[in-house]
Design a protein around this ligand. Sequence first.
Ligand code: GUN
Ligand code: ZN
Length: 438
Amino acid sequence: SLHSACAYRAQLLYFVADPATLEDPSDAVRYHSDGLLLVNEQGQIQACGDWPELSRTLPADTQTVDLSGKIIMPGMIDTHLHFPQTDIIASPSSGLLPWLETYTFPAEGRFGDSEHAREVAGVFLDELLRNGTTTALVYGSVHRQSVDAFFEESHERNLRMIAGKVMMDRNCPDYLQDTAESGARDSEDLIKRWHGKGRQLYALTPRFAPTSTPEQLAACGELARAYPDVFLQTHVAENKDEIKWVNELFPKNRSYLDVYDSFGLLRPRAIYGHSIWLDEQDRARMHDTGSIAAHCPTSNLFLASGVFDFQAIRQSKVLHTLATDVGGGTSFSMLRTMNEAHKVARLNSYHLTAASMFYMATEGAARALDMQGQIGTLAPGAEADFIVMDPKATPLMERRSTMLNSLEEQLFMLAVLGDDRCIQASYSAGRCVHQRDH
Ligand code: GUN
Ligand code: ZN
């Protein structure tokens, strides 16, 4: 879909390195207080820099949008959430396993109905875009139709999305079970249909070890080897009761993570939701295999799952990202997720900076997913998935804005006070896909 080139004038912000690894974290940031972002006809970023210099090089007829006072940054990347749980967000329960039984499984049971799946996928994608998230790693339900429906909606909007059909062949209601064979066959069919079609990418999605037989995990491992550039997503070490259950089901394995390891599921582009109750050996395996830990703070607090060990994850240099885990998570907003991530890290005696959190939600996630240069950045050549943030979206934020002394303080204020109200617009491949009305 071709459209004309467009120049945007605003503050520009993106990351070129991980601030947590630099002596001077500000070296990781590219910030233009009066910037120009030029998007070309192909929906890619053509140029990004200071308005005074760059604007002189623009052809006279270039369409220009003045967003002075606003911040343009890359669209955010949510690395773990469930679209069939959209309608059960904020359901009360005493913890993960009762929550799955009472709310999650019955809700997911409805996604064999393509029409229902399509309707909810549309609502879900609109909600992501309202919150400034332009790429997400998304679980479908066990039904292949649910993933067809999701990708159809995403493809129609030309969004860069990653999704997969849940595989589960035991310990769940009959109406949600596949088999080792049908789960693998349906997954492979979906890979062939969707992986690389437009901007859609596939993720093998064994729900978690308790709901898969060893045969199913083995079949998933075969697909993971056969399709190395396909993603893989699952849950690990989220909750104490869950871990006890895994130990009973897989008594020969050293740990929960080791179950996945023994089936060849640790590898680059494998994303492990939660990753709370890991030990040193587990973290070493995640690091050595290039696997990714997706931290889901709103979910971990809501379901009282535990405190993610930022200190240890960073010491062992495990790739790690932020995620909402909707509907176990309580918000679609990556800003609200940052707010909770900061507090969880505090409980772990770790100071998680705003720069680090914004990095994790953009460039850091792109790097972890091996999509560097493609998304999560405003650097020329990248896909023009970006958002316009209003740092004064509420009276309190406007007031607080007059007392900021640094970019870190600005970003920290956005992370702690911000939500969908700050997302003035979202763009995907250069096209406006959300505009907040005032
Ligand atoms: N573990 C297995 N399935 C799920 C799920 O849907 N949500 C969360 N938070 N944990 C899980
Ligand atoms: Zn989850």
